[in-house]
Design a binder for this molecule. Structure first.
Ligand SMILES: Cc1cc2nc3c(=O)[nH]c(=O)nc-3n(C[C@H](O)[C@H](O)[C@H](O)COP(=O)(O)OP(=O)(O)OC[C@H]3O[C@@H](n4cnc5c(N)ncnc54)[C@H](O)[C@@H]3O)c2cc1C
Length: 424
């Protein structure tokens, strides 16, 4: 049997719940359906802190049902197909749901299989990833029990959610080993698909100091392709030709990722490195059901939803909006970006419903809170222009204790109590 909603939201994560709550605060009588298959809701930004041993993993998970706004309907299904010309989605159960307006926000897909061997060894054999609820606690086990040797941290050559997370955990591990007095026994490697540590020059300078102080060896334009847990080796490809440092704006990815856009054919040198500890981050792309749908941007290599990067309205279907990690907006994919995107979607969608021109604009704002050691954090905030966009009246490129408190205490509280409820 077909159901119909005035507004249908695909994905009840950070973006879906924020936007649903804000819409209902503005207009009580809306009929909103939220399609979300999971009974659990995760606060993913705290997984870095879990991996660093200072946050309880159980505090990052809550019941989805407790956060579905009153007056919205939770549809416990997974969308498998979009049919935007007939204003319908089809779920994997076969159920069809129609809508007047659609908001697409099912997040990003973790392509674990693109690193051979990773999935099978995740959470054991001294291989972990903070990008997974089950393995994040194991990251801390590895770091805590490390007695020295080769420690490897990887960052893929695709845009990812929270571009800083692959190196945040490395700085905390280094600080822990320094305080434990074993840093001189550690050979630390950062294997990154990017060309610089951070694409915004002001914040990059701070991180380069941290890399130097930790004696971290950095391999740029290096794409991890395999992890052999038995032989404890990692394999990555590097560019055969020297890459030029990309600081210019990209059409397809946020400048902060600084991914080398040279052709894949340049990736010819294969390097094998032994490791004793490995923190890996998988390549990421749009969920497959988006990639193959008419909503996808055919020119985007990762298959994201095609939106106008300022209005968040779909470029071809005027009654469709998208936000969060699934869009082709060339911003950094974070919850912080969603905080600025959600009000834009709400305003513009209500204007479309009222047959008015859309007026709200998203400027590409994103934030990346990067701990440089236990107790100190640099809050990197920036926009589409790759320019710092600092909230506080001090130089945020300098790591501070107050920003550490913001990340470890204030933001988790804000997320559950304000952001998901549409009041922040
Ligand atoms: C380790 C780590 C550290 C991070 N650190 C930070 C940080 O410090 N600061 C920050 O701002 N951000 C951070 N992030 C990023 C942040 O968590 C994401 O950007 C944010 O959660 C994206 O929200 P979203 O709603 O787009 O996707 P999600 O929150 O992932 O939600 C997507 C939802 O869609 C649902 N879904 C999936 N498939 C379907 C389907 N077929 N049909 C319907 N629903 C579906 C999912 O079940 C999920 O509930 C971090 C992420 C990670 C993993």
């Amino acid at each position: 049997m077909e159901k119909h909603y005035q507004i249908l939201i695909v994905g009840g994560g950070n973006a879906g719940l924020s936007v649903a709550s804000q819409l209902l605060r503005k207009r009580k009588g809306l009929s909103i359906g939220i399609i979300e298959p999971s009974e659990n809701h995760y606060y993913q930004p705290a997984w870095t802190l879990v991996g660093a041993g200072i946050f309880d993993i159980q505090k990052t998970i809550r019941n989805e049902k407790d956060f579905i706004p009153k007056n919205a309907t939770w549809i416990k299904e997974a969308v498998s197909e979009f049919n935007p010309t007939s204003n319908k989605v089809i779920c994997s159960s076969g159920k069809e749901i129609s809508y007047d307006y659609l908001i697409v926000c099912p997040g990003i897909q973790l392509d674990w299989n693109k690193i051979k061997g990773l999935k099978d060894t995740l959470g054991k054999n001294n291989v972990s990833s903070n990008y997974n609820f089950n393995s994040a606690p194991y990251t801390w086990e590895m770091i805590k029990n490390f007695k020295g040797g080769i420690a490897v941290f990887t960052n893929p050559s695709t845009p990812i959610k929270c571009g800083g997370a692959p190196h945040k955990i490395m700085y905390l591990a280094v600080d822990y080993w320094r305080k434990k007095g074993i840093l001189d026994k550690c050979d630390i490697h950062y294997i990154s698909g990017a060309t610089v540590i951070f694409g915004v020059p002001e914040y990059k300078a701070t991180l380069e100091e941290v890399l130097k102080k930790g004696n971290i060896k950095v391999h740029y334009s290096a794409n991890t392709i395999g992890i052999d847990a038995n032989n404890k080796t990692i394999e990555f490809e590097t560019k055969s030709t020297p890459s030029t440092i990309k600081q210019s704006l990209s059409e397809t990815t946020a400048a902060c990722y600084s991914i080398n856009e040279a052709s894949q054919a340049d990736l010819t040198n294969k390097v094998t490195l032994s490791f004793d500890l490995c923190h890996a981050v998988p390549p990421q792309s749009a969920p497959d059901f988006i990639k193959k749908s008419p909503l996808a941007d055919a020119s985007n290599p990762y298959g994201y939803v095609e939106v106008n990067k300022n209005t968040m309205q779909h470029s071809r279907f005027a009654n469709v909006f998208a936000l969060g990690d699934c869009t082709n907006a060339p911003c950094s994919k974070t919850g912080a970006a969603i905080r600025k995107q959600a009000p834009v979607v709400v305003t513009n969608l209500l204007e479309v419903m009222d047959k008015q021109p859309v007026t709200a604009q998203y400027d590409g704002y994103s934030a990346c809170p990067i701990p440089t050691q236990y107790g100190k954090l640099m809050l990197a905030e920036f926009d589409y222009n790759n320019k710092p966009k600092m909230t506080f009246p001090f130089d945020q490129a300098k790591p501070r204790w107050t920003m550490w408190i913001l990340k470890t205490k204030v933001l988790p509280w804000l997320y559950w109590n304000k952001i998901l409820k549409g009041t922040a």
